[in-house]
Design a protein around this ligand. Sequence first.
Ligand SMILES: Nc1nc2c([nH]c(=O)n2[C@H]2C[C@H](O)[C@@H](COP(=O)(O)OP(=O)(O)OP(=O)(O)O)O2)c(=O)[nH]1
Length: 132
Amino acid sequence: MKKQIKVVAAIIENDQNEILCALRSPKMSMGNQWEFPGGKVEENEEPYSALVREISEELGCRLETSREIFNENTHEYDSFVINLLSIKAKIVLGTPIAKEHSKLIWLKRENLESLKWAPADLPAVIQLMDEK
Ligand SMILES: Nc1nc2c([nH]c(=O)n2[C@H]2C[C@H](O)[C@@H](COP(=O)(O)OP(=O)(O)OP(=O)(O)O)O2)c(=O)[nH]1
């Protein structure tokens, strides 16, 4: 059976209604694909606190998350199965810095489809583009 992983991802919107998109670096697994920043949920960890921890590690800023899952998608890659929980969030302290990613950009909803997203993210991207 393929390995199953649970991943949380932050949909961070700024005051200009732009969404933060992060490009995975070629050094990371699934390199050169766009994602919502985040990472794996550890054992016995709650998704919301996992997301705050991951964003602090990866982007060096402090998040406040919504208390609901915006989108949940299970996707089967060649070598593992991902359960991706996308959660809306705001930055409450600091400015995001790409510590691990190749690039960070803020995009309006209507332009999200111009990026090459990690396949597991597509349902969340579509839901975001449809909501306004
Ligand atoms: N963070 C994140 N990962 C995603 C998304 N979509 C998607 O398929 N993934 C995949 C890529 C990776 O294989 C996996 C998450 O791993 P990661 O490398 O970001 O997590 P991590 O920081 O906890 O990893 P590690 O240090 O344990 O390697 O999920 C997404 O939107 N955000």
